[in-house]
Design a protein around this ligand. Structure first.
Ligand code: FBP
Length: 565
């Protein structure tokens, strides 16, 4: 039995701390935190609808693929509606990689459906979309929800990457949804999972099954954003967590003055995490994949750029530094991007699917064009294997498994010895390697993510109550105080276009990459030369939960720069 020993209750926090329990004092205090809601969601709401919408690209094709869910209006909630006590049950799924705040989406949704009618039930499908298909679920109650409020992780029901795309899966899903009397399903996921949510919404609408599907924008990667979605949840906390670690490393490196730290950061294709962490910590070097592609840089160009900075710092007596590397970098080097595109097509055929795993490398080598084969052969074995062999269920290269940080540092070391041989002073170069990804995905949500996620979940209950399907729960105006946030819904088809996946054109939500004309990148580009040579590190420290609002409730620098009028 767990023994609890209670000590004093600080008047300021109105909670009881325990010195021996399964929970830390911070967790106990955090559980008592009441997330803030936008004013419009606090009482009865009224839905205000805008004009008909269009998809961001391929309008005719997307309209034909989604005849029942295309063109719907953007919805915005305003206060002043009439009280609603509808009775309904809801199901929820966590899909894809973990992101801080998922438990708050669930607690917000739970509180929202219960506020409408206390008899309403919320069910959670276990281990991702697979739980719907396999009929594995739990029913949430007050005790379970209270256990997980404001905590990180997705462990309340688990997550998974099963792709919901087959009619058979949709039909298995409807069986359990009917058995549990579920009127609406909420899918918390990134661009791929929300695309699938839209496909499911369309299917159920086309069959008149009477089940609504609502999406919720999640991913630490920050790439699910557009004119309607300001940020995906989890990005804020993950970046703050990585920035704390990077700041610690910068301080260590500025103390010992003997290492160059090569730090790879998660984020899949987009470099939003690397850019945000650079804005928070001012490292000596931060590579931005989107810029590498735009400038058509080769691996050698990148290596030369780093080696030059190492040498310039060495000339000032500084044989140390920090380099941030977005995990998707390799995919953006034009020659490698071209290679991956051909690999994807080569591997998408039935013939390729029947090739034994140990023979895949030989198979692709036999099928690649001469140019791409040369690029493939120039890569270190581990990187080439990773590009050729493993894809996630959505067909993405698993960039988190490619050790770009080690690849770059060894190439930089080689380049520096060549420079030395040419008579250039390069000082001493000794490298350390880090990969920050999983360390931040389950961190306890920052105040921003705690409030944002709770609002997204609560808002989803309002979209369900007003009968919406094929919508994403959206909260905007997020650099203002939470009270002034705007709540509503955006039709998912509005964010779609056609893109090639696994060799075929598919409707997908357009991924947001770093915009080189955007304010966050422009700010970075204007300062990076100074950060490279002068040591101007910023040590942001740990996430702050209590204290002045300008310390605790600020969102990312990315959002703040994007919202500068
Ligand atoms: P989502 O897009 O599903 O949110 O996942 C993001 C991510 O954390 C990426 O940054 C990373 O490349 C990937 O998941 C790692 O996947 P896995 O958890 O399967 O190792």
């Amino acid at each position: 039995m767990t023994e609890f020993v209670y000590i004093c209750t600080p008047k300021t926090l109105n909670i009881t701390y325990c010195i021996m329990s399964v929970k830390s004092n911070l967790q106990v205090a955090r559980a008592a935190y009441q997330p803030k809601l936008p004013k419009a969601l606090k009482g009865a709401v009224k839905a205000v609808e805008g004009a008909a919408t269009q998809s961001v690209g391929n309008q005719e094709e997307i309209k034909a693929l989604f005849p029942n869910t295309y063109g719907m209006p953007v919805v915005r909630f305003a206060d002043g509606g009439s009280a609603d006590s509808q009775s309904f049950n809801v199901g929820i799924i966590l899909s894809g990689g973990q992101a801080p705040g998922g438990h708050n989406v669930i607690s917000g949704l739970y509180d929202g459906v219960k506020a409408i009618n206390p008899a309403n039930k919320l069910y959670g499908f276990l281990m991702g979309p697979g739980g719907l298909v396999d009929h594995k679920y739990i029913e949430f109650d007050d005790a379970l929800i209270d256990e997980y409020r404001n905590t990180g992780g997705f462990d309340i029901i688990g997550s998974g990457r099963t792709k919901l795309e087959e009619t058979e899966q949709f039909e298995k899903g409807i069986e359990i949804l009917r058995e549990l009397g579920i009127k609406a399903l909420v899918i918390i996921g990134g661009d791929d999972s929300n695309t699938n949510a839209c496909v499911l919404a369309e299917y159920y609408a086309s069959k008149n099954y009477g089940v609504q599907v609502i999406g919720c924008p999640k991913t630490i990667d920050g790439d699910l954003k557009n004119s309607q979605i300001e940020t995906s949840f989890g990005f804020d906390t993950a970046c703050k967590t990585y920035s704390e670690l990077i700041g610690n490393i910068e301080r260590d490196c500025n103390s010992a003055r003997k290492y160059w730290h090569f730090i790879k950061l998660m984020g899949r294709s987009a470099s939003h995490i690397a850019l945000e962490c650079a804005l928070q910590t001012q490292p000596n070097i931060c590579l931005i994949s989107e810029e590498v592609e735009a400038k058509k840089q080769s691996l050698d160009d990148i290596v030369n750029y780093i080696a030059e900075i190492v040498a310039r710092r060495a000339a000032n007596g500084n044989n140390f530094g920090t380099v941030l590397i977005p995990e998707g970098l390799i995919e953006f080097i034009p020659a490698i991007k071209k290679l991956i595109a051909e690999l994807n097509d080569t591997l998408a055929t039935e013939e390729a699917a029947s090739v034994a795993r140990e023979e895949v490398i030989d198979y692709v080598k036999a099928h690649l064009s001469a140019d791409n084969l040369a690029t493939f052969n120039s890569l270190p074995d581990g990187v080439a294997r990773q590009l050729a062999l493993d894809r996630d269920p959505h067909g993405n290269v698993q960039v988190s498994l490619i050790e770009t940080e080690k690849l770059l540092s060894s190439m930089v070391a080689k380049r520096l010895s060549e420079m030395k041989a040419e008579g250039k002073y390069c000082g001493k170069f000794s490298a350390q390697h880090h990969f920050f990804g999983y360390e931040g995905r389950c961190a306890a949500p920052s105040n921003f993510d705690a409030d944002y996620c709770y609002s997204l979940g609560y808002n989803a209950s309002r979209l369900i109550a007003c009968g919406k399907t094929g919508y994403m729960s959206v909260i905007s105006n997020t650099t203002a105080p939470a009270e002034e946030w705007i709540a509503g819904g955006v039709p998912i088809t509005m964010m779609m276009n056609l893109e090639k996946r696994n060799g075929k054109m598919k409707p997908v939500i357009r991924k947001a990459l770093v915009e080189l004309e955007g304010e966050p990148f422009k700010f970075f580009a204007a300062h990076r030369d100074s950060w490279a040579i002068n040591t101007e590190y910023v040590y942001p420290g740990a996430i702050q939960y209590w204290g002045p609002t300008e310390v605790c409730d600020q969102t990312t620098k990315t959002l703040q720069l994007e919202h500068i009028k």
